[in-house]
Design a protein around this ligand. Structure first.
Ligand code: PEP
Ligand code: MN
Length: 348
């Protein structure tokens, strides 16, 4: 919809608009009001170049788009009935819990095996474990490909699917070859369009699930949804949106908690939302409240860093990981809240 600056356009201006939209296979339909005339673009108005050219005209105030730019992620797309299932849970039917260490320590594989067994026992459906780590400081532990074997051994021991972050195409190929079930795109790479496309291409013919974190610096929600559209456009619709806090953070928290965007995401897209409270607040003491807030806002699942012995962990685990006992309590409360929000349907 074209909204001009003046109440009526001249014949020359209307001719110019008609010519531009015509080049993109669209036509112009004036909507004459008592005071102001506006112009509907009839046809596929998603051509970025057409919109840019119209917005560049000095007599155009603004363009309001009627069609969604997300052909696949939009709530009204044909994919809206798609359901994602992993770890025995169909998202939307039951609260999904992903839990495990921030970082697998290749020198202490037993910690990871114990953590994996413990989170399974407390009700987690997917085990997370960082093999390669995005670290702000180049001298911090960067992860180790050896940890991929530890991750897959934890899968064999527990029978649960596993989740790990990949940051480049080599890691992506290694993770897929090893059989990782869920690929995490981290906050730092959520705007890395070549990685998003590489992941989309690599999982196109597979059932692999992609957990797409929200970037610390993403602005409008459309940026987050567009990043998911990149992956899905190659053919695999198993993409989960994961708010994990943004910058800048209030004093005391690691990030600015953003679980409150869950209802907004759900209004725009059909994709499930799994919130990561661990990186959001960044301290074990605050994680359970953030997890419950996420469920109250309508999240379909939680991704929670957990360690059998947090102070013996590496990466984020010493400050951020819950113990299995606190995880168990958080899951119990989160499930109770989930049930309040999703009361069982009365038998008919
Ligand atoms: C992580 O999951 O350990 C991690 C690094 O997450 P994020 O990309 O959200 O910072
Ligand atoms: Mn972490």
């Amino acid at each position: 919809m074209i909204l001009p600056k003046s109440n009526r356009l001249t014949a020359d201006q209307v001719a110019e608009l008609t010519k531009i939209v015509g080049e993109f296979g669209c036509s112009l339909q004036p909507i004459v009001g008592a005071v102001r005339t506006i112009y509907a673009i009839v046809g596929d108005e998603r051509h970025e170049l057409m919109i840019n050219r119209l917005e560049g005209l000095e007599y155009v105030e603004r363009i309001d788009r009627i069609q969604s730019p997300f052909k696949l992620m939009d709530r009204r797309s044909d994919l809206a009935t798609h359901r994602i299932a992993i770890g025995g849970v169909t998202l939307g039917d039951q609260l999904l819990v992903i839990a495990g260490q921030c970082t697998i320590d290749p020198k202490n594989p037993n910690y990871f095996y114990e953590t994996a067994a413990a989170v399974k026992e407390q009700g987690a459906h997917v085990i997370r474990g960082g093999v390669w780590k995005p670290r702000t400081n180049p001298y911090s532990f960067q992860g180790d490909t050896k940890s991929l074997d530890i991750l897959m051994e934890a899968h064999r021991r527990t029978g649960l699917p596993v989740d790990a972050e990949v940051m480049d195409e080599r890691q992506l190929a290694n993770a897929l070859a090893a059989g990782v079930h869920m690929l995490q795109v981290g906050a730092r790479n959520a705007l890395n369009y070549s990685l998003l496309s590489a992941i989309g291409r690599a999982v196109a013919e597979r059932q692999t699930v992609v957990l797409l974190k929200r970037s610390l610096h993403m602005g409008p929600l459309s940026e987050f949804i567009s990043a998911a559209e990149y992956v899905v456009s190659f053919g695999n619709p198993n993409v989960i949106l994961c708010p994990r806090g943004t910058a800048p953070a209030p004093d005391g928290y690691r990030s600015h908690p953003d679980e409150c965007i869950t209802p907004l995401l759900k209004e725009k897209t059909w994709a499930p939302v799994v919130v990561d409270p661990s990186h959001s607040v960044g301290k074990a003491a605050y994680v359970p409240a953030c997890a419950l807030a996420a469920v109250a806002y309508g999240a379909d699942g939680l991704c929670i860093e957990t360690h059998v012995h947090p102070s013996g962990g590496i990466g984020d685990d010493p400050k951020q990981a819950l113990t299995p006992a606190v995880l168990a309590d958080t899951i119990r409360q989160a499930r109770a809240l989930w049930t309040l929000r999703h009361p069982p349907k009365p038998a008919t």
